[in-house]
Design a protein around this ligand. Structure first.
Ligand code: NAD
Length: 488
């Protein structure tokens, strides 16, 4: 099959090749070339930002909230109508099982637009005050206005889902966006450009520039002086680089960064459900989920039994063709990422960890032999200071260790630079709520994992992020709050 070409989308048009560099987009399941991606030049990024700036003042800027909301609903509906195209593109780019992408990635891509159409229409209008403090009648009221041009820089693990999680609220508030998708997963962002055109989103409101980070589209975009705010999901180190770029011009940032999330399993949990939830929390999307659990603390009396049950389930996960509905685990995103994850597998072995299952590469056959597969892995035996217990691995693996008391496990769970998510599994809800309050994490799941209400605040504590998005919390980042004061 001939590899396709993926282009940037600027001012309502796909950009041609015209002297630009191209790079290969690789299918991680089998190493084949899916497409050639035309890298945006600094001039392309400038044109995208200028187009986004102009669009703020065009018809987009004059739409009422209900009119904008109706357009976003149309985007959602059109993603659903073109579901199969989005699904095929996402599965090819990521190699993830079609069962996962069809239940999560693409439906959530559409749901993000519906959710924020609804949020903006029902947004609270509080902030109205009469009679000023200095006597006489003074009215103060608050106006929320769009922030302007938003740079949206995205990772590869849930390309459409995480991109639309930023684009939908940004557009709902009347901003315009320039998206820089991950170089690993460029397809659905470009495809969304076509949807935007089809439903009548004005040119320049949604733009996409393809390329890499440093000295490429990512850096050109985040350092562009006409960008008014930057929203970013990715690694902590990249966040630091983007923060430096944002410092020029003191632009606000919203960051969703890495994690090293703890799961706490008490002996009084519902064992069957706890095993299910833990298996999902470690292995979904081959562990390439910022929220996934890499440190599991199990109450000592049933540590051996619980670890054995999760290990048996991990061993039974089935790698295979992403479109085969019996496949339950996909590959890692790239050869480079596999090298990083296998590096941790080697570090764990060298430090004396016991691998209850996994610990190496999956030896795949046929076409899949060229993909980036690693075994789901469960370790025990290392202390909390080991590299695999402190650094984000972002692969299908976790270390299990026993604990004896609530205070001990809370202290150990909190002993991390990261603070993205935590999971507590127990049937004692008093204990669960107490511990949820003590854990230093942006999200704490009790007897669940990755259960998301898009109106709830989402973000990370400590090094895991800056700010909160979700529901009205997103509106706080994507709007400027203005006070208007008038004596009458
Ligand atoms: P990454 O930081 O390597 O890349 C993310 C994006 O940033 C890519 O588009 C990349 O091209 C761009 N980029 C890289 N360097 C840049 C620079 N100097 N300037 C501007 N842009 C630059 O992250 P990744 O490997 O794509 O994603 C995995 C990471 O994302 C993990 O750490 C994971 O925990 C994190 N993540 C966090 C969340 C969350 O909600 N907190 C969600 C998903 C992923």
């Amino acid at each position: 099959m001939k590899a396709m070409q993926i282009s940037s989308f600027i001012a309502g048009e796909y950009v041609g090749v015209g002297g630009r560099n191209a790079f290969e987009n690789i299918n991680p399941a089998d190493g084949s070339v899916i497409s050639h991606v035309i890298e945006a030049s600094a001039d392309d990024v400038d044109r995208a930002v200028q187009a986004a700036k102009r669009a703020l003042k065009g018809p987009w800027g004059r739409l009422s909230v209900p009119e904008r909301a109706r357009l976003l609903e149309k985007v959602a509906a059109r993603i659903e109508e073109r579901f199969d195209e989005f699904l095929a593109a996402e599965v090819a780019d990521t190699g993830k099982p079609v069962t996962l992408a069809s239940h999560l990635d693409i439906p959530r891509g559409a749901a993000n637009f519906r959710a924020f159409a609804s949020v903006i229409e029902s947004a609270p209008t509080k902030g109205f005050t009469m009679r000023g403090p200095t006597g006489g009648d003074v009215i103060n009221y608050s106006l929320r206005t769009p922030k302007g041009v938003i740079a949206v820089v995205c990772p590869w693990n849930f390309p459409l889902l995480l991109m639309t999680w930023k684009v939908a609220p940004a557009l709902s508030c009347g901003n315009t966006v320039v998206v820089k998708p991950s170089e690993e997963t460029p397809s659905t962002a470009s495809l969304l450009g076509d949807v935007m055109r089809e439903v009548g989103i004005p040119d320049g409101v949604y733009n996409v520039v393809h390329g890499f980070g440093p000295n490429s589209a990512g850096e050109y975009l985040t350092s562009h002086p006409l960008v008014d705010a930057i929203t970013f999901t990715g690694e902590c180190k990249t966040g630091e680089a983007i923060m430096r770029a944002a410092a020029a011009g003191t632009r606000p940032v919203s960051f969703e960064l890495g994690g090293k999330n703890a799961g706490i399993v008490f002996a009084d949990c519902n064992m069957e459900k706890a095993v299910d939830t833990t298996v999902r929390a470690i292995f979904m999307n081959a562990g390439q989920v910022c929220l996934h659990t890499e440190r599991v603390y199990v109450e000592r009396p049933f540590f051996e039994e619980f670890t054995a049950k999760v290990s048996a389930r991990a061993k039974a996960l089935k790698p295979g063709q992403p479109h085969d509905k019996s496949t339950t685990i996909g590959p890692l995103i790239s050869a480079e990422h596999r090298k990083k994850v296998l590096g941790y597998y080697q570090k764990a072995a060298a430090a004396g960890a016991r691998a209850h299952t996994g610990g190496g590469e999956f030896r795949m056959e046929g076409a899949l032999a060229k993909g980036f597969w690693v075994e789901p892995t469960v370790w025990t035996g290392l202390d909390d200071g080991a590299a695999i217990n402190r650094e984000e691995i972002f692969g299908p693996c976790a270390h299990f260790s026993p604990f004896d008391s609530d205070d001990e496990v809370v202290a150990r769970a909190n002993d991390s630079d990261f603070g993205l998510a935590a999971m507590v599994l127990t049937e004692n809800l008093t204990r669960a709520h107490r511990i949820a309050g003590q854990l230093e994490a942006g999200t704490c799941w009790i007897n669940s994992w990755f259960l998301r209400d898009l109106r709830a605040p989402f973000g990370g504590a400590k090094r895991s992020g800056i700010g909160r998005e979700g529901g009205v919390h997103s509106l706080e980042f994507y709007t400027e709050l203005k006070n208007v004061c008038v004596p009458i």
